[in-house]
Design a protein around this ligand. Sequence first.
Ligand SMILES: [Zn+2]
Length: 73
Amino acid sequence: MQTISCDVCRKKVEDSITGRSFFYFAQFNVCEACKDNLEVQIKSTIRNKDPFSYDWYNKLVVDNLNKSVSRGR
Ligand SMILES: [Zn+2]
C-alpha cells in the first residue's frame, strides 16, 4: 500500500490513486480536497485570462501552491 502525504495540508492519503484521489503539480503532491480548493482560488483568474495558455496556467497553479504550502493549507 502506498501512502503519500499532501504538501499543502500535510494529510496522509492512503491507497492513493493518482489522478483520482491524488494529483501531482510540478514538485507538489496534492490531495483531492486541496486540489478543489486550488481550483476555486484560481477559477476567476482563469476566466479573465485571454488568450489562455497552458504555460501560464501551470505557472499560476505552481504559484498558488507555493502560497498554500507557505500558509500550511
Ligand atoms: Zn491536502
